[in-house]
Design a protein around this ligand. Structure first.
Ligand SMILES: [Zn+2]
Length: 172
């Protein structure tokens, strides 16, 4: 397995709407495995394919705390089919926007349909951190980022900071 480079702000690919996966084959499984490895190494609890520069509707997740009992989830073409009535507040980070945390209120439970690592159709109802993570990653597939939950003024400040950082890196 390979650890892939993670795309960060202000790379415009993060704003792309990802294309559906046509079928889950060996090549896609390899990408899923590399994404999981990349996510664990970061470390993070979720990663969308677009964050490694592949704009396809594919996410990996693992919110388990214990390394010995990993609970990886692979979701191709995830779609939200129901949202619970309660909400949950969580300070979210994003591997593509290092060192930025945004407090976001989202539905506390979510039912999602998807194709698993073997291309089987599945449905899962997630709660707690997993519900938050699933919604965060599906946002990525639609080009939506946690900074979009900030006021325009604060969002501009974050984007400016990352643009400046990108410029100084290029200058080296
Ligand atoms: Zn993210």
């Amino acid at each position: 397995m390979t650890i892939l480079p993670i795309v960060t702000l202000p790379d415009p690919i993060l704003r792309k709407v990802s294309e559906p996966v046509e079928r889950v084959d060996e090549e896609l499984r390899r990408l899923m495995d590399d994404m999981l490895e990349t996510m664990y190494a970061a470390p993070g609890v979720g990663l969308a394919a677009v964050q490694v520069g592949v704009p396809r509707r594919l996410i990996v997740l693992d919110v388990s705390k214990d390394e010995q009992q990993a609970e990886p989830l692979f979701m191709a073409n995830p779609e939200i089919v129901a949202l619970g009535p309660e909400t949950r507040l969580h300070e979210e980070g994003c591997l593509s926007i290092p060192e930025v945390l945004v407090e976001i209120e989202r539905p506390a439970s979510v039912t999602v349909s998807y194709l698993d690592r073997f291309g089987e159709s599945r449905e899962l109802t997630a709660e707690g951190l997993l519900a938050t993570a699933v919604q965060h990653e599906i946002n990525h597939l639609d080009g939506k980022l946690i900074i979009d939950f900030l006021s325009p003024l604060k969002r501009d400040m974050v984007v400016r900071k990352f643009k400046k950082q990108a410029r100084s890196t290029e200058a080296l």
